[in-house]
Design a protein around this ligand. Structure first.
Ligand code: NAD
Ligand code: MG
Length: 409
């Protein structure tokens, strides 16, 4: 008979990280929302981790402070202008200092147990690809590696034999729900979304929405760009594209459900009718902890879920009329190749233009869709062979969107 291990009732929960040497971790985009949440968790697990590299783009003071507090081996500032100040701030600390895009890639290439890839935007592509080649585990927050470079990135991960763990709460939920079930038993994957700050607004109100109003995400505190994407639901569009690359399903097995409380982060329907969901209060430290510790669990300080106090959870179908960004996911996935890179780049240009008050809110999705159409019309959607092809498509997407800006302003 198989031996069953019995845990004594009332025993303390298993502590994480007592199994030998500390895990060495680098954080790309350490000063951002995901980066600082990651460091917050790591600080709570004293001896379980040691920091190799921390990077940031321009915020020298924040980077230096984090490097000192977490005793990083190396701190890299993306903007070369920050080098002298970073060096001065870290003088005598023993932390190595470097600056510039090449140094960022070099630092991401250092062999570590885990890289937290949390640089925002297409700027994260080269460093995260470098990490995929060198790290044992890539905890992936950056969206562009999957949205813009999905097939190329997944090949790079496979080739390197790296382990890829999603950080985004919806993909983390799906990953945790699948766990070690054979993915061929999956029938459908559903990503949930809050519906954003304009969930209940009518078209007229949305036409007059300001950047300040778009910046008020109902549940999560996040970087500026992703907050606007949450308001247009472009974030869900990008997440559907990410899910397609992360999990072995067809486009029509993926869908989105609006769930304003954001307690259920995603769920998977299996062939026997079972639906497995992951729940938790909305706090990015929970999915980040899962990506760092998987398949173990590390404690995270998120407010505990009290379903009785919540009373009810609600779900509704997304309105694709008011949120046309959602429909762009299917179109992009059906086009395949560089369509994701073009759409994503065009969306970045559109979000910037909206934040600069050059275009109204509804023009963001309209402009991104029009740039994709223009890309198709002019034969720019093709199968990328390597990262350079993706970066070229990204640049084309930006140029297409800039060319269309005046039409929407
Ligand atoms: P953020 O804007 O708060 O931080 C971005 C980080 O990237 C900063 O450290 C910044 O210094 C660095 N950076 C910015 N531009 C750079 C450049 N050109 N070169 C190198 N580094 C650069 O963003 P965030 O909210 O932490 O999000 C990070 C990534 O994770 C994004 O791709 C986002 O879509 C994704 N994500 C975030 C959340 C969230 O809750 N914040 C949730 C899911 C996914
Ligand atoms: Mg998400």
């Amino acid at each position: 008979m198989q031996e069953v291990s019995v845990i004594a009732p009332g025993a303390a929960p298993l502590a994480f990280g007592r199994e030998g040497r500390p895990r060495r971790i680098s954080i790309l985009g350490a000063t951002g929302s995901v980066g600082t949440s990651t460091l917050d968790l790591i600080a709570r697990h004293g001896d379980a981790f040691e920091i190799d590299v921390l990077t940031a783009q321009t915020n020298v003071a924040a980077l230096a402070e984090l490097a000192l507090r977490h005793r990083a081996r190396m701190a890299v500032i993306g903007s070369e202008l920050g080098y002298a100040e970073l060096k001065a701030r870290l003088a005598g600390s023993g932390t190595e200092v470097a600056a510039g895009p090449a140094a960022l890639i070099e630092a991401a290439s250092r062999p570590v147990d885990c890289v937290m890839a949390a640089i925002v935007g297409a700027a994260g592509l080269r460093p995260t690809f470098a990490a995929a080649r060198a790290a044992r585990r890539v905890a992936l927050a950056n969206k562009e590696c999957l949205v813009s470079a999905g097939t190329v990135f997944m090949s790079a991960i496979k080739e390197a034999g790296a382990e890829l763990l999603p950080v985004d709460s919806e993909h983390s939920a799906v990953h945790q729900s699948i766990a070690d079930t054979d993915p061929r038993f999956i029938e459908r994957i559903v990503l949930t979304g809050s519906g954003g700050p304009f969930r209940t607004w009518n078209a007229e109100q949305m036409a007059a929405a300001t950047p300040e109003q778009a910046a008020r995400h109902p549940n999560f505190s996040m970087g500026r760009k992703i907050t606007v994407d949450s308001a247009t639901l472009m974030n869900k569009c990008l997440e559907l594209i990410e899910a397609f690359h992360l999990f072995p399903v067809a486009v029509d097995q993926l869908s989105v459900v609006v769930h304003p409380q954001q307690i259920v982060h995603g769920f998977v329907e299996f062939t026997d009718g079972s639906v497995i969901a992951q729940m938790g209060t909305p706090d990015m430290r929970t999915p980040i902890a899962s990506s760092l510790a998987w398949p173990a669990r590390m404690s995270a300080p998120a407010t505990r879920l009290d379903l009785v106090r919540l009373g009810s959870l609600t779900f509704e179908a997304p309105d694709e009329q008011r949120f046309p960004a959602l429909g762009l996911a299917r179109r992009t996935l059906e086009l395949g190749g560089t369509a994701g890179a073009i759409l994503n780049a065009a969306n970045e240009v559109a979000v910037d233009a909206f934040l600069e008050r050059q275009i109204p809110f509804p023009a963001i999705a309209a402009l991104a869709g029009a740039a994709l159409d223009e890309g198709v019309r002019t034969g720019r959607v093709c199968e990328p062979a390597c990262l350079d092809d993706v970066i070229a498509a990204d640049e084309e997407g930006r140029a297409l969107a800039r060319g269309l800006l005046r039409r929407y302003s």
